[in-house]
Design a protein around this ligand. Structure first.
Ligand SMILES: [Zn+2]
Length: 419
């Protein structure tokens, strides 16, 4: 069990590393075709590479694609297969990550939080009730002109702090740990080119929100691109001849159930989401994404689109609609439910760290979901930050410590019990 001394060590280690990591600008860039997409991510990778070597990890390597790996050998008598903890270097393209100046608000008073570099900006407990869970405690924010970068530098700092504790306190048992820090998660490329041979049998991403969050489900995701082929004729002489692809595409989209859209759904409800519509009389293209937690629901939506296409081709003779459906990712629960020990140990590790569990289904995808289907079952554990991707992003210092404690407990449970 982490003693008060170890808990304090984890808190200080995670905090100092976190403050060091957020100072490096690692905003990723969707427009870039480089790997990683921005050079700043490599700057942080090199810094953490040095830290991993200082801790004495083996096989520390920064790969050409910007993946940083390192191995901590198992403690004596561990019964566990190798385990991987993951976090990502990059921050969201949605806000600047340059010159992040973190502010530690030592004793949060429960009132509105203001930002020195942006007098208009305010974060209040009315719009963010979770703030009140940490009244009287230290919180960290940015200064108002950038995001903070707790997503996911908190995860990195927590993993590094746990490694430091495992090295410093030999009484803490643990499996062989194969650490992986990854680039470009925010632009959906966080597992492109990852070396599976360097990863463990099971993994945990430290990339969730509020203290206690544990995520073992995400969306099933399809993309649908519909190409409408029409026929253009001079509008003055178009009667019974013109097939206006753009107008028909608009009618097609209008027949989709309005309530099944992102703006009308929450929790476990799925949706159709039109992301782009463009065209003219000859040709129009509608791009949409389809999301559900249950795979048969995704299939039902695809089938509904197919039937609508058939109906529209009957209604407008001469019209052709060419659909292309691609699977984007699948609900990781399909894999994780086959390996219940992963989530079950995470729940017990959190309980041992005194953390109240919040079980959640992610209304999106994660790198963990992709890793699940690549062969490494990987649920997502809280990193502790909130209001990700915004200038009001914040994290309580307690989250950094508790995530570190959760990792240490997880390591102990795996080492003692095995699979
Ligand atoms: Zn993240």
């Amino acid at each position: 069990m982490p003693t008060p001394e170890i808990a304090q060590f984890l808190r200080e280690e995670a905090l100092s590393r976190f403050l060091r990591y957020v100072a490096v600008d690692t905003r990723s860039d969707e427009e870039s075709s480089e790997h990683p997409s921005t050079p700043g991510q490599l700057n942080l990778a090199r810094l953490v590479e040095r830290e991993l070597k200082e801790l004495g990890l083996r096989d520390v390597e920064l790969s050409a694609g910007g993946f940083l790996y390192g191995v901590l050998p198992a403690s004596d008598g561990s019964k566990s297969p190798p385990l991987t903890f993951l976090a990502h270097f990059d921050t969201s393209p949605s806000e600047s990550g340059a010159g992040v100046t973190p502010i530690i608000r030592e004793n949060y008073d429960g009132g509105p939080i203001r930002f020195p570099k942006n007098p208009e900006l305010v974060l209040t407990p009315e719009e963010e009730p979770d703030l009140l869970l940490f009244k009287g405690e230290p919180l960290i924010t940015a200064s108002g002109d950038t995001l903070l970068g707790a997503d996911d530098k908190a995860g990195m700092a927590e993993i590094m702090a746990a490694l430091a504790a495992l090295v410093r306190f030999p009484g803490l048992t643990h499996p062989e740990l194969r650490i992986a820090f990854t680039p470009d998660e925010e632009i959906g490329r966080g597992t492109d080119g990852i070396d599976l041979a360097r990863l463990g049998k099971y993994g945990y991403t430290m990339d969730g929100g509020l203290i206690g969050e544990l995520e073992d489900e995400c969306f099933n995701a399809h993309k649908a691109v519909l190409l409408f082929k029409g026929r253009n004729i001079h509008p003055g002489y178009a009667k019974n001849k013109m097939i206006n692809a753009a107008a028909i595409a608009a009618r097609f989209i209008a027949t989709l159930p309005e309530a099944e859209s992102p703006e009308h759904t929450e929790k476990r409800e799925g949706f159709f989401h039109l992301t782009e519509l463009k065209g003219d009389e000859n040709e129009a293209k509608a791009t949409m994404i389809i999301r559900d937690f249950e795979a048969p629901e995704n299939a039902r939506r695809v089938e509904l689109l197919r039937r609508l296409i058939a109906a529209f081709e009957i209604r407008y003779p001469g019209l052709e609609i060419r659909p292309a459906f691609t699977e984007q990712y699948r609900n990781m629960n399909e894999v994780l439910s086959q390996h219940p020990a992963l989530v079950e140990k995470a729940r017990r590790a959190m309980a041992a760290a005194g953390v109240q569990e919040i079980r959640k289904a992610i209304r999106g995808g994660t790198d963990g979901a992709r890793l699940c289907f690549m062969g490494m079952p990987t649920p997502n554990v809280f990193a502790g930050g909130l209001r990700f991707h915004s200038k009001t992003e914040w994290i309580p210092v307690r989250a950094l410590q508790k995530a570190g404690e959760t990792i240490v407990h997880l390591c102990r449970l795996w080492a003692e019990e095995g699979e």
